[in-house]
Design a protein around this ligand. Structure first.
Ligand SMILES: [Zn+2]
Length: 126
């Protein structure tokens, strides 16, 4: 369930709420400190909040992402290779294959469609 963070514009208190996406549409969160409804949604790191988050925090994701062009497979391949190197882990044959194909300039969609096992099964981070 997604976590939403708000800052109270009255007292500065940070308010965390759990909503489903459906609930969020009609949600009217109020500050748990002063009960003001004058809250501003904070852009949280939910998008990055995957199982690897704690490990990634020891890296410097911003500098790594800085040079990343999502529309450029070679750039993505380079990024993923760097990521796995920095994490010091063997990410497995599938991961290596994806990285190699990205670095050759193959599009992620093309790689994914030829490797159905990528989209099947639980995702563990990337
Ligand atoms: Zn408040």
């Amino acid at each position: 369930m997604p976590t939403y963070e708000f800052r109270c514009l009255e007292c500065g208190h940070i308010v965390r709420r759990f909503y489903t996406y459906a609930e969020y549409d009609s949600a009217r969160p109020s500050c748990s400190h002063c009960e003001s409804t004058n809250l501003r949604r904070l852009i949280s790191r939910v998008a990055l909040a995957k199982s690897e988050e704690s490990r990634l925090e020891s890296l410097d994701p911003e500098s790594m992402i800085a040079g990343l062009d999502e529309n450029d497979p070679k750039s993505m391949g380079h990024f993923m290779r760097k990521l796995s190197t920095e994490m010091g882990e063997d990410m497995g044959d599938e991961f290596s294959e994806v990285v190699e194909r990205l670095e050759k300039g193959e599009s992620p969609e093309s790689i994914e469609s030829s490797m159905p096992e990528l989209s099947a099964g639980p995702s563990d981070g990337l």
